[in-house]
Each structure stands twice: as C-alpha cells, then as structure tokens.
Ligand binder design. Structure first.
Ligand code: SF4
Length: 394
C-alpha cells in the first residue's frame, strides 16, 4: 500500500517508482495506491501496475475496498470529486510509539490557493472536527497516558470556517485544553491572520499550551508574497510576531521559507534575509522552490537551479545563526522537559515546551515531565540538569 504525497513533482515520481518496485518484488501481491497523488492524478495512477487506486477521502471505505479487491482479485478505483466533500472524516487519533506525543487531526482542506501549491486540489474545502468530538478524543488520549497533544491539519487557522457557528481556533484550543487536564498542548502551523490580540490573550491563559508557534511567511518580501498569492504582507506578519512576543516569554517562533520562487530577484531575496533576522526565528526549514506542475507558479519565469541552491545555503546560514542565538538565550532557564527516549550514553532526551531538544543525565525518564535547568548548548541541542520541583520558570 503506497500512501502517496503530491506536494512536489519529485514526490509523484517517488510514488510511481515505489509502485513499480512493489509490483516487481511481489508479483502476486495486491498493490494499492492512495493519498494525494492518486487524488490529483487518477488517470495517470490507473495506468500504473496497481490493483486499487483511492484518493484522500473515505479512508474507512478504502479498507473495505482493499478487502474486496483481495477477495475478488479484480482491480478497482475510488477517487471522488474532492470539492464535493463537506464533512470532516473522523479517524482515531494516533500517537507516536511510547505514548508521549499524540497527533490530533482537527481540520482538513484548504482553499487559499497559494500559487505554488497543489494541496487544495488534493484535499478540497475546509472541514473541521467539531469541538465535542475534539474534547472527547483529547480525554481518551489523556486516559491512555499521552503527555502531549499536537493539533494538526492542512490549514488549522481555518478551523471552524465550515461550522458556521462563529467558533474559531481559540475556542477549540480552550475546549481541548480543558479536556486534556495537565497534558501539554502544541499547535501545528498557523497563518498570521489567526494571531490577534484576543487569540494571544486567551492562548496565554491556557496552562498547558506550549509557547512554540510555527508561522510560515514563505518569503519576507511583499512583491514575492504577492506572486505567491499569500494573503498577508510582511507588516501583518510582523504584527503577529510582536503580539506573540508580548504575550509569551521568549516563545519559539519557527518557520518555513521558500527560496528561489519564480521571479525572485537578488534584491527581493536580500529583503527576505533581512526580514528573517528581524523576526528572529528560533528554527527554520528552508526549501528551494520546486516546480509543481498544475499550479500557476509553474508557468512563471523560473530562477536557475544554481541561484536557488546558493540562496538556500545563505538562508540556511542565517537560520543556523538565529537558531544558535535562541538556544543560547535559553541557558540559565528552568523548563519542564517531557522525556521521550535515550540520548547520548547516560543521558535522556526530550523536548522543552519550545520544542527545542534537551538532554539530561538520568535513567529511564521515559514519558516523564521533569523540571530541568538548562546549562549549555551542545551543537543543536540544549543540555541541562535536574532542578528542584517548583523551580520551573515556564
Ligand atoms: S495555505 Fe498552505 S496548504 Fe493552503 S494553498 Fe497555501 S501553502 Fe497550500
């Protein structure tokens, strides 16, 4: 079973290769393809050596169909019209091994149509998990022993848009926080428009909310943002960063950036670099722009690969510097660290509320939250020592 991605043309190619390899390795097996590539390219997918093609909808139905194909040995395809979906498909929330952190998907779909992105065609309109279901799932995860819950979705800032009762992401957060007891709560990627004074005031009052906010400008230059069809400018973005800094104590503001977007000039890129420094991101993921056929940006004037790579390297150097600055600022603080796995010999590894990796000497701290005094930076991680209970400052 290949659960495909279609975010770049390279991911499409990888899915096709994987299908061919599976068929070659196991000629008698049922080979099934599902996910975003199958959803956006159903005709292309049906020409592959597969027995079943399904898209991104009706995941429970997919399992039944798979069994049916197994029994009948007859190929089948089930790809719906993605824009006809209106209901959020609830699936049981799952966690990572060890019951430390669970992902709760609260939203699907996006209709922002950024000019480089295929996702709206793969996921359709915004659909939200209603508050009572989200609270119920959270309670269940807490009872199962999870210590942290991450609210995820395609574009969680749009959560509630389809419910038409006026509720927004902050209402969901408050309900989930109440249902989760002392579980930590973390948010997936946010759009700057969500971060308002009201959002920050209410979010800062939630005891378990981790002060890590992933806000992705994708570019720090207004002209580039316009070509990207992003729905904000750098001034609005900066307003969100300033609000978060006002309401949270040195929050980790993390981000994604695309470099070498079509038409990006050297001057535009320099503007972006200066903007990154101004925002002081704690951690960044940098992507050289990759053409996604079928999107408006694919038809725009492209930047040479060598230029994209050179800009990616310069952005990565700035990101490394900013990351180190953030880590160094944490030294001396005491934070509750949720420990997950063994680290370097004799140490345990976990995450601070800021999602920075922390290691501390100790034995079997699995799934325990311990106050840690941060003492040093070692490469990409923070080192610490056990602090007294009540010594936490976060
Ligand atoms: S907001 Fe995100 S998912 Fe939606 S179109 Fe833009 S990049 Fe794609």
């Amino acid at each position: 079973m290949v659960n495909s991605c279609t975010v770049t043309a390279v991911s499409d190619k990888k899915s096709r290769q994987m299908i061919r390899r599976a068929r070659k390795q196991s000629p008698g097996a049922i080979v099934a393809l599902c996910g975003c590539y199958a959803q956006t390219h159903p005709k292309e997918a049906e020409k592959l050596p597969v027995d079943l093609v399904a898209g991104t909808g009706d995941r429970r139905g997919f399992v039944e169909l798979l069994e049916e194909v197994w029994r009948s040995r007859r190929p089948a395809a089930a790809v719906d019209d993605v824009f006809s979906r209106r209901q959020f498909e609830t699936l049981p929330a799952g966690g990572l091994e060890g019951r430390t952190r669970a992902m709760l998907k609260v939203e699907d779909g996006c209709v922002n149509f950024c000019s480089y992105c295929i996702i709206p065609y793969a996921r359709g309109r915004v659909r939200s998990l209603p508050i009572p279901r989200a609270a119920e799932e959270t309670g269940r995860l807490a009872a199962e022993g999870y210590r942290e819950i991450v609210l995820t979705g395609i574009e969680i800032s749009s959560w509630g848009q389809d419910l038409k009762d006026g509720s927004t992401l902050i209402d969901l957060l408050e309900a989930v926080s109440a249902a989760g007891g002392d579980m930590r709560l973390r948010l997936g990627s946010l759009e700057p428009r969500t971060v308002t004074e009201d959002f920050c005031r209410r979010a800062a009052a939630l005891p378990g909310l981790c002060p890590q906010f992933h806000l992705s400008p994708q570019s720090g230059c207004d002209e580039t943002l316009r070509r990207m069809n992003r729905r904000y400018d750098t001034a609005r973005f900066l307003e969100s960063v300033t609000l978060l800094r006002r309401y949270f104590d040195d929050p980790a503001i993390t981000t994604d950036l695309i470099v070498g977007f079509p038409g990006e000039t050297e001057a535009e890129f320099e503007t972006t670099l200066a903007f990154l420094r101004r925002c002081g991101f704690a951690q960044m993921h940098i992507f050289p722009y990759s053409v996604r056929p079928g999107t408006p940006a694919a038809g725009m004037e492209q930047v040479d690969m060598a230029v994209k790579e050179e800009r990616a390297a310069r952005a990565a150097a700035a990101a490394a510097e900013l990351h180190r600055d953030y880590l160094l600022r944490q030294v001396g603080r005491t934070v509750p660290v949720l420990f997950e796995e063994p680290g370097a010999p004799g140490r345990w590894r976990g995450h601070a509320p800021s999602y920075m990796v922390v290691e501390m000497p100790g034995e079997d701290l699995h799934n325990r939250t311990v106050p840690v005094r941060l003492t040093a930076v070692e490469g990409d991680i923070l080192l610490g020592e056990r602090a007294e209970e009540g010594e936490r400052d976060v």
